[in-house]
Design a protein around this ligand. Structure first.
Ligand code: PGA
Length: 250
């Protein structure tokens, strides 16, 4: 069994000093459990701090919230995979709904970022998810499949490295969560997509994200289709994040 992943997406919060204070408080109460990993996606400027302060904890990994696919050059404001890696990143978040819907990132661009991460042996975590009007129109699975098509052309071994985070856009930061059953249905479809391309269903990891909190983590993580969670708001408070990562499984 691959470990469950509890991933914190700090978005545009916590610089190096905020990250240091958070980890001081979180690590004090954190005990590694053998069935799970904790991942942090801090701001780019806090990557190095998080990687350094968690470096002696093998079940904690650090990742970049976004990367650019070119290795270097005149791309003002961008972060290359190599630079993220040098700062300690082991993973990279790609295609988060805020990247897609606030910054206009396309499926083609997410595909290039995934490939750039794979080429440097960083684990891509690709986010997919539908907007409310797409869900109401019954288009959820079609939208998710179109977003997954960014991975077309990758071989089985490459696909097996990728972690998917299913985050319905209408559930992000809104306090609304997909029911565990609704999430599980989309997760099963994502797993089928990978299975059809030769990746064994036990290998594919599909996380759920969108208003995950201490009071709904148990119901979500108890779904066999849900291999972990990607958490924004509730990952910014060391106490609620600790509660989430140590949820008891049935
Ligand atoms: P949220 O964010 O937990 O605040 O809804 C999740 C995410 O955007 O990854």
């Amino acid at each position: 069994m691959r470990p469950l992943i509890f991933a914190a997406n700090w978005k545009m919060h916590l610089g190096p000093e905020g990250a240091r204070r958070f980890l001081h408080s979180f690590l004090e109460r954190h005990e590694a459990l053998p069935d799970r990993e904790t991942w942090f996606f801090p701001s780019a400027v806090a990557l190095e701090t998080v990687a350094r302060l968690t470096g002696d904890r093998p079940a904690i990994r650090t990742g970049a919230q976004n990367v650019y696919w070119e290795p270097k050059g005149a791309f003002t404001g961008e972060l290359s995979v190599g630079m993220a890696r040098e700062a300690g990143a082991q993973a990279g978040l790609v295609g988060h709904s805020e990247r897609r819907h606030v910054f206009g990132e396309t499926d083609q661009e997410t595909g290039r970022k995934v490939r750039a991460l794979l080429e440097s042996d960083l684990t891509p975590m690709l986010c997919v998810g539908e907007k409310i009007e797409q869900r109401e129109a019954g288009e959820t699975l079609g939208v998710v499949q179109r977003q997954l098509s960014a991975l077309d052309g990758l071989g089985r071994d490459a696909l097996a490295q990728i972690v998917i985070a299913y985050e319905p856009v209408w559930a992000i930061g809104t306090g609304k969560t997909a029911t565990p059953e609704d999430a599980a249905e989309v997760h099963a479809a994502i797993r089928d997509w990978f299975t059809e391309r030769g990746v064994s269903p036990e290998t594919t990891r599909v996380l759920y994200g969108g208003s995950v909190k201490p009071d709904n983590i148990h119901a979500l993580i108890s779904q066999p289709e849900i291999d972990g969670v990607l958490v924004g708001g509730a990952s910014l408070d060391p106490a609620s994040w600790s509660e989430i990562v140590r949820v008891t499984l049935d």
